[in-house]
Design a protein around this ligand. Structure first.
Ligand code: GAP
Length: 516
């Protein structure tokens, strides 16, 4: 409950400080659709720049693309999305609530896992240093019984999914006595498949309207442009095409704020390689992408790989990078070895050869593909939730105060520095304005002269501004100002003409890219 309350507070903070607003709020909102406010859009742009530069700037064999959202409808037939981009849904007849049947089962498994973990934690506390967790898990009867339950459910669940056996999925829910979280009953409908693509019509009815889809992933725009980019860019294998853009999915259950949305953005890169080398490249991209996440400094313990045991029919390896969100470890990025499936499908459906002539081998073939696919919004949630902190501060008189601070990595922060005249007189505002005027070409700066200096600091802490510059009467004498650091709250006196160098070094995206 406390965790839920904290998450609610965090979501409220995102709204109050101009990061994320519910879409169409004055009309009571639109489910699972959000707008980014004045600071949110800056943070989002900085995240996209970090990704884009790490792909396109740092790799001379990766180029960018911006393909249209609307694409020929046959593309989605070829890719398998028309027939198979489905989620199994189930309704509870009493609460009239709709659920993803697979998620109900996964959450039930997670609850049993929780029981095991609680058992392990209790034993750890009891036995202290001498505790052998592996042995405990292998021998404790309650742990073994629960693990057997999980294994049994997983085996049935995998088989039912593989066989597209919808009654079989329903039976798992019935047999495990899974109840609706709202009504608490087991009064379930049949399980039905639900296609996640949004569709609309192109052209007027008089000239024959065509059903087209809003793309559910940006990747297909890359596949269908493979030859265009390869030929016009004279690209040699291995090479990659990167794209950032909107994607749309009619998610059955959309929750957890911006974690699962109906309109969202993806940053995807398809890396085309020689057949037979794909697993080597898969490992390289796994490592590269994990490094990219960890360079932000939130702590390596917050990340883990989740290798897929059950692979999609077109993949020969797949993993997720999971991040510890406030509601647990969840996928933020997928890395997939997609073989030659997509290009071959487009070759078949379009009748155009999707091949690469390899000058070294003297032969043509369909390349294999490694995909890295990350959601911008999930990355945004990762960054902002990991940065959010409520801190208790000790005041000089011994009393305590609290502050809410966004400890955003300085290179991603929307506002890099706030410039504040201590008072609104004696020429101090003019000096502050000149500093903003001089530095605004390099950094996003904010001029702030309202309220007491303490309140101004709190306001900047709440939006995550890493540096506050205060102009006081000493500035008039020696052209020095105080720079106050958001995280340590320490202050230092520096000369005005040093500011640009001090701040540049800390906020430039180059210093982040150099860590990769
Ligand atoms: N082209 C591969 C692909 O789309 P995916 O695992 O379905 O793979 C990739 O999606 C990433 O897109 C996910 O790891 C996640 O970060 C993001 N994503 C997917 N569905 C999303 C949704 N409904 N809302 C927000 N982000 C989503």
């Amino acid at each position: 409950m406390a965790q839920e309350d904290n998450f609610k507070k965090f979501v409220a903070h995102c709204k109050e400080y101009g990061y994320v607003f519910p879409s169409s709020e004055i009309y009571d909102g639109l489910s699972a659709v959000y707008d980014y406010g004045q600071y949110g859009v800056e943070l989002k742009n900085n995240i996209k720049k970090y990704w884009w530069d790490s792909m396109v700037l740092l790799n001379d064999n990766i180029v960018g693309l911006d393909s249209a959202i609307f694409m020929h409808p046959t593309i989605w037939k070829a890719s398998g999305h028309v027939d198979a981009f489905n989620d199994p849904l189930i309704d509870n007849k009493d609460s009239k609530k709709r659920y993803r049947a697979d998620v109900l089962i996964e959450e039930h498994i997670a609850k049993i896992e929780d029981k095991i973990n609680k058992e392990v934690d209790k034993a750890k506390e009891r036995f202290g240093e001498s505790f052998d967790e592996k042995k405990f898990r292998e021998t404790n009867q309650r742990v073994l019984a629960n693990q057997a339950k999980i294994d049994e459910i997983n085996a049935r669940f995998s088989k039912a999914l593989n066989d597209s056996d919808l009654p079989g999925i329903r039976q798992i829910i019935i047999d495990n006595e899974i109840v609706c979280p709202i009504s608490g009953t087991r009064n379930w409908t049949e399980v039905r498949q639900f296609n996640l693509m949004f569709s609309t019509e192109m052209g007027s009815t008089s000239d024959g309207a065509n059903k087209i889809y809003l793309r559910p992933e940006t990747a297909q725009g890359i596949f269908v442009n493979f030859l265009n980019v390869q030929k016009t860019g004279r690209m040699k294998l291995p090479f990659g095409i990167a794209q950032i853009g909107k994607a749309f999915r009619n998610e059955i259950v959309a929750r957890q704020f911006i974690f699962r949305m109906r309109e969202f953005e993806q940053m995807e890169m398809q890396f085309f390689v020689q057949p037979g080398t794909e697993l080597e490249w898969f490992s390289k991209w796994k490592e590269t992408r994990m490094k990219w996440h960890q360079a932000l400094g939130f702590g390596s313990e917050k990340y883990r790989f989740h290798d897929h045991t059950k692979l999609a029919h077109y993949a020969n390896a797949a993993t997720d990078i999971e991040f510890r969100f406030p509601f647990g470890f969840k996928e933020v990025e997928g890395i997939h070895s997609r073989t030659d499936y997509d290009l071959k499908q487009h070759q078949e459906y379009s009748g155009k050869k999707m091949q690469y002539f390899d000058p070294e081998k003297g032969e043509s073939y369909v390349p294999y593909v490694i995909e890295t696919s990350i959601g911008v919004d999930r990355m945004f949630l990762q960054v902002i939730s990991a940065s959010y902190a409520e801190e208790e501060l000790k005041k000089e008189d011994g009393s305590t105060d609290t502050r809410v601070v966004l400890r955003l990595p300085a290179y991603l922060a929307p506002v890099k520095l706030a410039v504040m005249p201590l008072v609104k007189k004696d020429g101090l505002p003019e000096i502050a304005e000149k500093i903003v005027h001089d530095l605004k070409f390099d950094f996003n700066c904010q001029y702030d002269d309202k309220d007491s200096i303490g309140r101004r600091y709190r306001r900047q802490d709440a939006i995550g501004t890493p540096y506050c510059i205060t102009i006081d009467h000493q500035t008039l004498e020696d052209k020095s100002v105080t720079i106050r650091y958001r995280d340590s709250m320490e202050q230092e006196r520096v000369k005005i003409d040093q500011l640009k160098d001090i701040i540049s070094e800390k906020v430039s995206i180059q210093s982040l890219l150099k860590k990769l």
